[in-house]
Write a protein that binds this ligand. Structure first.
Ligand code: FE
Length: 303
């Protein structure tokens, strides 16, 4: 099996690193690690990994890299052959890039929509350093074999995205066919590579590479605790509490300091490995009427 096994880490370029530090610590409870030799970067932890999120000072306020893991040396060689045979350009990173990302080996490429990807194996797992939340939590973040979480990303046609991610070893299909006010139907594609219902999804129009990052907690009270903290903060809740039809996640969405959204959820079911589709969510997930065209998701699309 030379396919990808999880979304191991994400790297965001953020224009206000100091604001993000407070947002990550106070609202999300993530552990913030600053390396003295890297003043323009912060690492966010929520399990034993060296990092699950990297924040870099960068005006793009967007995804800079999505790190997809493969099993090991053989799988890393295997996926290079797969990419070469398919005529997909990639660049193998040297020791410096691997060290920078705290992995053994790494390569870089873009998906058909220009989303920046890294494929790696051998993350640095700091077993001596259990996650230390920056604020109180009832439980913990749920990562394990499901990876850091899931993202909705920009696409240039869902068929092209499907073919590309299938090549990387993912499975999936259209799971939502949502009626739109103009009488058409919006389709949303979901792809998975492990027991997490989906790792990447493609559907709503987006100028930015990322629409949202979902982080899952193992205790429902942490969803409500985060919700209360966000309600008291300056960051607007963009999609209300509700339950998705596909992954059955109970969640809500709020704006990050970079504009793209963070979803915090609980209770997601494992990937079923069989196709189904839905025309709406189970309940809730009402879009905030303040979500104008400047926001990165289509307010009529419930996902
Ligand atoms: Fe989501």
């Amino acid at each position: 099996m030379s396919g990808v096994t999880e979304l191991g880490y994400v790297c965001f370029g953020v224009s206000n690193l100091a604001e993000w530090r407070d947002f990550a610590a106070e609202l999300l409870g993530l552990e913030v690690v600053a390396e003295p030799k890297e003043p323009n970067r912060l690492y966010l932890r929520n399990d034993y990994w060296h990092h699950r999120i990297i924040l870099e000072q960068n005006p793009v306020d967007d995804l800079v890299a999505a790190g997809l893991r493969v099993g090991g040396v053989e799988e890393f060689a295997g996926i290079q052959k797969t990419l070469k045979d398919a005529g997909i350009a990639f660049e193998v990173g040297g020791r410096d890039l691997a060290a920078e990302r705290h992995v053994l080996e790494i390569l870089r490429l873009s998906d058909p929509a220009g989303n920046p990807l890294e494929i790696f194996h051998g993350p640095n797992i700091e077993t001596y350093k259990p996650f230390l939340p920056s604020r109180r939590m009832h439980g913990r973040y749920l990562t394990a074999s499901g990876g850091v979480g899931h993202m909705i990303m920009r696409h240039a046609g869902i068929d092209a995205q499907y073919r590309f991610y299938k090549l990387l070893g993912m499975r999936g299909g259209v799971e939502y066919k949502v009626p739109t006010p103009d009488g058409n139907t919006a389709e949303v594609l979901f792809m998975h590579c492990n027991d997490r219902d989906h790792t990447f999804a493609f559907g709503p129009p987006s100028k930015k590479s990322i629409n949202h990052l979902m982080l899952e907690v193992d205790n429902l009270d942490d969803v409500f605790m985060t919700h209360e903290l966000v309600e008291k903060s300056k960051y607007p809740i963009m999609i209300s509490l509700g339950r998705h039809a596909n992954d059955q996640m109970f969640s809500f969405y709020f704006a990050s300091p970079s504009g793209f959204l963070i979803e915090v959820g609980w209770g997601g079911r494992p990937a079923t490995h069989q196709s189904e589709y839905y025309t709406r969510d189970t309940y809730g997930h009402v879009f905030n009427s303040r979500m104008g065209p400047g926001m990165s998701i289509d307010k009529e699309t419930r996902v």
